[in-house]
Design a protein around this ligand. Sequence first.
Ligand code: GSH
Length: 283
Amino acid sequence: MKLLDSDIKTREILGWKGIHLLNYQFSACSMKTRIYLNLKNIPFKSHQINLSAGENFSPWFQGINPRSLVPVLIHDGDVHIESNDILQYLEGCFKNNPLIPADKQTQVSELLSFEDDLHIDIRNITFRFMVPKLLNKGKKAKPKSNDKATLHGEVDPLDDANRKFWQEYEEFGIKDEDVKESLIKMNNALKNIDSILNENDYILGSNLSVIDIAWFIYVTRIQHANYPVQDRHPNVHEWYIGLYKNKKFKDEVQIPSIMKLIIYLYALVLKIKGRGITNFLPK
Ligand SMILES: N[C@@H](CCC(=O)N[C@@H](CS)C(=O)NCC(=O)O)C(=O)O
């Protein structure tokens, strides 16, 4: 989704030449975009927006993305938001190493949109089983900036939805019924992918595509949350191991040892309390 020049209030970026990615090292959608850029050998300048410190709600960033979300692509001063739109836009610009087969553009678009719909579920699973609430304090949505970017001239409703998510998270955390629902959806999607991978090397058939990148990120994330991928979806596990061997994938999903330790200890506490992920998974 390309923004209009008049949408952008942080005007300095309009003069940026080449490819710039405003992203956060540990954000799922950012990882997806970086892996894509790596696989296509597209040189880009990465600008880190620290979500844990709430930098996505700084007036500077709010003046760029009306949704206050990463990633944002700036290509010769044009601003693009929404990770899946960014991939499809870049594929149109860079024809080398195709990752969206020309004859499957509609299917890819539908599958990316399905994946995007599950983003809230990945959030629920992450913030319920991977990141203790205490560590998410800085994530409270900061007030709307006076110079907020617009979406094609209008106020963007998805920004309010995101702010509401953080407000409810602050008050209630992730509720049992929400995370259960999210796990059902994730389990169903992975079951389906598992049966596809029983017959194919990749999700779209015999060639690697953006759909593999997108699901590689989700599988990374749910594994961190201790979802038993290998037990439940063995073909997905095999496919994942294969992709993980590639540095262009692997390097983008690394997390620091301290984060691994926190995740491990948090999972242990939840397990002892009988509130771990396995207590919520569908049969
Ligand atoms: N549909 C959007 C989702 C973007 C999104 O939710 N990004 C997250 C990181 S993965 C973010 O910026 N979160 C910051 C926040 O919620 O405050 C996309 O694909 O770009």
